[in-house]
Design a protein around this ligand. Structure first.
Ligand code: UGA
Length: 454
């Protein structure tokens, strides 16, 4: 919405949320305190806030004034009830639709922006339609057109992705509404990148795009595990296969497993959908992408423990990075959560550093998991000070590819570590050839032990 406001100064964009603290944070005079970290976002909010970009809790007036409403609420995996563990919880979509039905005036275009299971637009339509039946009791008439326009931005590069998307998808049946939304995007996106589809194709394309992206990561992670014992290097393999234009070179970085709020949720949703339609084999196929991802995280924890001859009890280990990827402070489903938990279960004492994630966030993420698992033997401490974290540490594990970790003074810091000191690079960002006189053993994803001090 910040990008729409920036590209279309004559359009008034209002962000509405029922969470007062969140809206207060978006309206905070100190732009360093905006609720999420995303490169360039601060700049756009600063430039447009209270000009044509507004943040408010006033649901009623915002809805009744709007010509177009984007439903952009979260749709987490259901934790209980029918479809628990797989299906998306649509309660926020439903309550948004109810509010729109209640407060909207005249003709309103409702755009489904949240990632939703296929045919959710039907649910929204039904809720809005019920309102149409009540129309005779109202003085003014109202009508709705429902469109689907899923979001393809990735965290960490959100603004860039929105300013220059590969494509924009708009699904729907109402030509007038389709044209209106398309014209907004056409303000900065070439028309040939705006695809008009049916509602259901649009909804299914979103789930499928994420499933295919996640599948590439599980595929390359699977190959990383084969590279390590065979002497191949997963980066060389990725480069070789990526050069085939039919495969392409993006999303082939082996790592500790995918995280983030989208891939797992959307895959589970797809699995649920396939099961619902009786497509057991198809459901199993996509579920395997998630299972492989879980396995990748566990295998990394296990190989670290194995390196220390089966025990990390009371060993000091420095964790570099807790966010699910670099350039974001988001920790949802971060592979760091399960790897950190596994190491603590094995009694390790961890020092956790991240360039953007706060101690409170780490605490919340770990506590959430802790209630599911048993109590841990190990401990963790937060550190903003990289320099002092390494003292007496037995190992360092890179879990997020923050740029800052590329500039670490390994020579100086490794001297204060316990010998034999280990560096586990689960993101494959370290150039082991530059470690010539540095007393560190190095394990690298998709290559295995690349340096061992005898
Ligand atoms: C993902 C998709 O990339 C977006 O297109 C989509 O719009 C978004 O989900 C969504 O549905 O909202 P996001 O989860 O923000 O975006 O971030 P990604 O860049 O896709 O990374 C996801 C995870 O995969 C991260 O943990 C990342 O480290 C990992 N990854 C990514 C790899 O391990 N290797 C790669 O080569 C790429």
């Amino acid at each position: 919405m910040a990008v729409i406001a920036d590209k279309c100064p004559e359009i008034k964009v209002t962000l509405v949320d029922i969470n007062i603290q969140r809206i207060e944070a978006w309206n905070c005079p100190d732009f360093e305190k905006l609720p999420i970290y995303e490169p360039k976002l601060k700049y756009l909010v600063k430039k447009n806030r209270n000009k044509n970009l507004f943040f408010t809790c006033d649901l009623k007036n915002s809805i009744s004034e709007a010509d177009i409403i984007f439903i952009s609420v979260n749709t987490p995996t259901k934790s209980k009830g029918l479809g628990a563990g797989y299906a998306s919880d649509l309660k926020w979509v439903e309550s948004s639709a109810r509010s729109i039905a209640k407060y909207a005036k005249n003709n309103t275009i409702v755009v489904e922006k949240s990632t939703v299971p296929v045919r959710t637009a039907e649910l929204i339509k039904k809720i809005l339609l019920v309102n149409d039946f009540d129309k005779q009791n109202q003085t003014e008439s109202k009508s709705f057109a429902v469109l689907s326009s899923p979001e393809f931005l990735a965290e960490g590069s959100a603004i860039e992705d929105l300013e220059n998307p590969d494509r924009v998808l708009i699904g729907g049946e109402d030509d007038d509404a389709l044209e209106k939304l398309s014209l907004i995007y056409q303000r900065w996106i070439p028309k040939n990148k705006i695809f008009i589809t049916s509602l259901w194709s649009s909804e299914l394309s979103k789930l499928t795009a994420n499933a295919f992206l996640a599948q590439r990561i599980s595929s390359i992670n699977a190959i990383s595990s084969l590279c390590e014992p065979t002497g191949a290097d997963v980066r060389e393999v990725a480069k070789a296969i990526g050069a085939d234009s039919r495969i392409g070179n993006k999303f082939l970085n082996a790592g500790p497993g995918f995280g983030g709020s989208c891939f797992q949720k959307d895959l589970l949703n797809l699995v649920y959908l396939c099961k619902y339609y009786g497509l057991k084999e198809v459901a199993n196929y996509w579920e395997q992408v998630i299972l492989l991802n879980e396995w990748q995280k566990t295998r990394i924890s296990k190989l670290i423990v194995d390196t220390f001859f089966g025990t990390v009890t009371s060993k000091k280990i420095v964790i570099l990075g807790f966010a699910f990827k670099s350039n974001t402070d988001d920790t949802r489903y971060s592979p760091a959560i399960s790897i950190v938990n596994d190491l603590m279960e094995n009694g390790a004492n961890l020092i956790i550093h991240d360039s953007q994630v706060s101690e409170n966030q780490i605490n919340a993420a770990l506590n959430e998991e802790k209630s599911i698992k048993n109590s841990f033997e190990g401990t963790w401490q937060f550190s903003k000070d990289l320099k002092n974290s390494f003292k007496n540490a037995h190992a360092i594990i890179i879990l997020t590819a923050w740029d800052e970790y590329l500039n670490i003074d390994w020579k100086g810091l490794s001297k204060v570590m316990k010998r034999p000191a280990w560096l586990f690079d689960t993101r494959g960002i370290i150039d082991e050839d530059s470690f010539l006189n540095i007393p560190l053993n190095i394990w690298k994803i998709g290559k295995g032990v690349v340096r061992e001090i005898k």
